[in-house]
Design a protein around this ligand. Structure first.
Ligand SMILES: NC(=O)c1ccc[n+]([C@@H]2O[C@H](COP(=O)([O-])OP(=O)(O)OC[C@H]3O[C@@H](n4cnc5c(N)ncnc54)[C@H](OP(=O)(O)O)[C@@H]3O)[C@@H](O)[C@H]2O)c1
Length: 166
């Protein structure tokens, strides 16, 4: 995820233009390493409108309860399965790692079900008050252990955490 230091992942109207182009390239390379990416229906709509959907060469999993026409064949899977079932499906298909890439509803449902091992946050150099937060306002609590930090560019830092599971 590429949040602001105050934990926002999109401005109002789903505007993600505060995320740097370099960060997008980094994200895509990570997704290609995993071979898959899991996103919510709203993130899919934003990515489709901005021409970055689907990410080539990987399985794009879109979580939705709606019937959406699949124009992309095997590259894309629209599913109403639960987060746990989606992880099970990817394991069955032979993937060793899954990238949960938002938005906030998807992040929250995977975290709440203790399906997230690591949190990678690429902090973007901007703050704003209104928009979409990293997680939705629900009741959950996850303790984190710092795995490492990397300076990505002059103004961007990646912070990596392990999610501790009791
Ligand atoms: N900066 C970043 O790093 C970053 C990364 C990703 C996304 N974003 C931004 O985040 C915003 C979207 O976030 P959002 O929270 O509004 O929406 P979202 O999580 O992308 O999508 C929500 C939708 O996904 C489906 N969904 C979510 N959890 C599900 C579950 N457990 N089972 C089945 N379906 C599930 C539902 O679709 P249906 O209503 O169709 O059932 C739900 O309405 C966009 O602006 C996007 O650009 C930012």
């Amino acid at each position: 995820m590429a949040p602001t230091p105050n934990g926002m992942i999109a401005k109002e109207n789903y505007d993600e233009s505060y995320v740097s182009a370099g960060n997008w390239r980094l994200f895509v390379s990570k997704v290609r390493q995993a071979g898959n990416v899991i996103i919510g229906r709203k993130t899919f709509e934003v990515a489709l409108a901005s021409g970055v959907f689907p990410i080539g060469g990987v399985l794009n999993v879109v979580m939705t309860s709606k019937k959406i026409e699949n124009r992309w064949g095997g590259k894309v899977l629209f599913t109403s399965r639960s987060p746990r079932e989606v992880i099970g499906l990817l394991k069955k298909k032979g993937y060793g790692m899954a990238i949960v890439a938002g938005g906030s509803l998807v992040n929250t449902s995977f975290l709440k079900q203790k399906l997230v091992d690591e949190l990678h946050l690429d902090l973007q150099p901007e703050v704003f008050g209104k928009g979409t937060p990293l997680f939705v306002e629900e009741s959950f609590d996850a303790k984190l252990r710092l795995l490492g930090t990397t300076k990505l560019s002059k103004n961007e830092v990646q912070v990596r955490y392990r999610v501790l599971k009791k």
